[in-house]
Design a protein around this ligand. Structure first.
Ligand code: EPU
Length: 420
């Protein structure tokens, strides 16, 4: 397993190009299963999760060809069942279920397990499929959904923690080929859902309201091939913004969309970080001393759970107390004990972490536990004195394209130690 060796306390300076959004491209690739015609997707990030999705689509019978930062997918003929091992490797692969159900009227995929950030149920996805008329059965670790015909329906998809991103995507995809009109209430409003809806509309779907809590889908008989450019990754952009602030640097996030990052930029401003928008992107500059801010993660347009760990790393460097509350996933604090190994003072109280910041961090060996926790450890390592070794960086390769190369371009002293 590869690791990163980081020599910290070097301010980041320069420009970084933001890649396509992981959480947009995964359901968009799955959506290509809805047509027999070829689809071309551009600004596809080179990530292990994207490769996995390519393997799953290939296994289902599609032709998948990556070329530079594009992928061409043609699903002339597909089968309706997903291989256990592949689905298990990546939770995002559950979003093949909606397209399979829409196109074949049957789908069987292995139930994705929980993961370190929480239980990760899919009851709301299944509720949506059932509302469209599918019979849903869980048997031997697989979810089977089948229907003679799918019929549009009105449904409420809000859950314990609010809307579901991939659940909204899944039901939206199945409903594009249902008979009649589907209305999803309490739909997820994330930009990745909007991006998927634009791709589906380019394929001939009739979806309106994406980006709001009410999405209306008028079913069509069939979809055709389309081309699409994926939105820039707002979580990657936020991660580099926070890394710039944490290292006392100045970084321009080329191609980042400020309209997708309002909650994060607003909190960074409150923390005393300078933010400037230009046609090239967003420039983030540390303006002297940081101020503590309290954060609560919420569904979009609130503060994203996927940036909670990185922001916590920043708050450990900030004199004063900040309270960080996680409202989306129940156990997304795996980074706390590792940040503590670097010298941070953090206590967990129920869904909140109380960060007593301002003590200098010092390098140590730490273990990455999930994608965003790993990003937080890299940020802390970049700011810490001395050398930090971040182990198990395969987590970070799932969701950050060439993070070590991009950070080196910004002046960071980070090296990948490849395990032979
Ligand atoms: N939930 C249910 N029932 C369901 C589905 C979700 O109760 O059927 C709950 C979850 O347990 C959680 C909340 O609803 O408490 C939100 O989960 P959601 O379904 O929105 O998460 P997701 O769609 O599985 C996507 C991203 C995650 C991101 C979340 C929240 C992808 C591939 N994954 O997951 O990204 O944290 O939305 O924004 O799009 C990451 O990139 O590191 C990552 C984990």
């Amino acid at each position: 397993m590869d690791s990163f060796l980081i020599k910290g306390s070097v301010p980041l300076h320069g420009e970084v190009a933001i890649s396509g959004a992981k959480n947009a491209v995964l359901p968009i690739m799955a959506a290509a299963l809805l047509t027999a015609e070829p689809c071309v997707i551009r600004r596809v990030p080179n990530l292990s999760d994207v490769k996995f999705m390519g393997q799953i689509l290939t296994w289902l019978g599609a032709q998948v060809r990556f070329e530079g930062d594009s992928v061409r997918i043609q699903a002339r003929k597909i089968k309706g069942a997903g291989d256990y091992d592949l689905i298990r490797k990546m939770r995002g692969s559950i979003c093949v279920m909606g397209p399979l159900l829409g196109r074949l009227k049957k789908a069987a995929v292995s139930l994705p397990g929980g993961c370190v950030i929480g239980a990760r149920p899919i009851n709301l996805h299944l509720k949506g499929f059932a509302a469209l008329g599918a019979k849903v059965v869980i048997e031997n670790g697989y979810v089977h959904a089948s229907a003679k015909r799918l019929v549009g329906a009105a449904m409420f998809l809000g859950g314990r923690a609010g809307p579901t991103v991939l659940g909204t995507a899944n039901v939206m995809m199945a409903a594009t080929l249902a008979e009649g009109v589907t209305v999803i209430e309490s739909a997820a409003c994330e930009p990745e859902v909007v991006d998927l809806a634009s791709f589906l509309n380019a394929m001939g779907a009739q979806i309106s309201g994406a980006g709001s809590p009410t999405v209306t889908i008028t079913g069509v008989k069939e979809l055709h091939g389309a081309e699409h450019e994926v939105i820039p990754d707002r979580i990657e952009a936020a991660t580099y913004a926070i890394a710039a602030a944490a290292t006392n640097g100045e970084v321009t996030l080329r191609g980042a969309r400020a309209d997708h990052l309002r909650a994060v930029l607003d909190k960074l401003k409150d923390a005393g970080v300078g933010i400037e928008r230009s046609s090239a992107g967003i420039t983030v500059r540390r303006n002297g001393r940081l101020k503590p801010v309290d954060i609560t993660t919420l569904p979009y347009s609130g503060f994203p759970t996927d940036v909670q760990a990185q922001m916590m790393a920043l708050m450990t460097l900030t004199p004063g107390i900040s309270i960080i509350t996680e409202r989306i996933f129940e156990s997304r604090f795996m980074h706390v004990s590792e940040l503590t190994r670097l010298g941070a003072d953090i206590e967990i109280e129920g869904p909140s972490a109380i960060v007593k910041g301002g003590k200098p961090l010092s390098g140590a060996p730490v273990m990455a536990s999930d994608l965003r926790a790993s990003a937080a450890l890299v940020i802390a390592g970049l700011a810490a004195r001395g050398t930090t070794q971040v182990n198990r960086v395969y987590h970070i390769d799932r969701g950050y394209e060439n993070i070590d190369g991009k950070l080196r371009q910004l002046g960071a002293r980070i090296e990948r130690i490849e395990e032979s």
